[in-house]
Design a protein. Structure first.
Length: 191
C-alpha cells in the first residue's frame, strides 16, 4: 500500500472521477519509489551470492553480523528466481548470511550481483503513520502528477541559461527534505 492513497491524491488534485484509480495509483507508487529509499529502513544490499544444494548464501560489502540474526525472517529480491523469496536465516557471518531453500539440487558458484540484490528484514517503523512523511509523499505525488500534465511546468529558454522550473529535477527531494529530516537515512545522503 502506498503512503499516499488514491483518495488523498484525488482530493488534493481536485480531479474528482475524471481519472481512474489505476492512473492515480501509478503516481502514488512512483512517489513511494522516490521517497522510501531515502528513509531509514531495515534493508541491506547483497553484492554477490552462491548456492549449494538447498543452501543459499548472500554476501555483503559491509559487516552485517549485528544487523541480521539466525531465525530472522527476510525478503530477498533483485537477485534471481533461485534466491528471491521469503526465508528464515540459518547462518550469519561477518559479511554473509545463509538460508535454506526448498528447491535443492541447484549449485551456483560465488558470483557478483549487478545491480545489487536487496535483503529486507522487518522494519521497526511504519512510515504511513508519520504525518510529515505522509505530507512529503503527497507533495511528491502532486509534483509527479503535474509534471505528467504539463511537462517542464514552464518555459525553457533556448539560450540554456534560464533555469527551468522542471519539477522532476534534482530539487524534487530538496523541496520535502525539511519534512523528512527526522527520518532520513545517513546512507541516502552520500555524495
Amino acid at each position: 500500500m502506498s503512503i499516499t492513497t488514491v483518495a488523498e491524491l484525488r482530493t488534493a488534485l481536485g480531479v474528482g472521477t475524471l481519472y481512474s484509480d489505476a492512473v492515480l495509483q501509478e503516481v502514488c507508487d512512483a512517489s513511494d519509489e522516490v521517497l522510501l529509499p531515502f528513509l531509514w529502513n531495515n534493508d541491506n544490499f547483497n553484492v554477490a551470492h552462491s548456492a549449494s544444494d538447498y543452501t543459499r548464501t548472500l554476501y555483503f560489502n559491509d559487516p552485517i553480523r549485528t544487523q541480521f540474526y539466525i531465525g530472522q525472517a527476510i525478503v530477498v529480491s533483485g537477485n534471481d528466481d533461485l534466491f528471491d523469496g521469503t526465508y528464515s536465516i540459518t547462518a550469519v557471518g561477518d559479511y554473509s548470511i545463509s538460508y535454506l531453500s526448498e528447491e535443492g539440487g541447484r549449485v551456483r558458484p560465488y558470483h557478483d550481483v549487478n545491480p545489487f540484490g536487496k535483503v529486507a528484514a522487518q522494519d521497526d517503523v511504519d512510515y504511513s503513520t508519520k504525518k510529515a512523511v505522509q505530507e512529503a509523499s503527497l507533495m511528491i505525488s502532486i509534483d509527479i502528477w503535474q509534471s505528467r500534465q504539463a511537462p517542464s511546468s514552464g518555459g525553457v529558454s533556448i539560450d540554456g541559461y534560464t533555469p527551468s522550473p522542471y519539477r522532476m529535477g534534482n530539487t524534487l527531494m530538496a523541496r520535502v527534505r525539511g519534512l523528512l529530516a527526522p527520518y532520513l537515512s545517513p546512507n541516502s545522503m552520500v555524495g
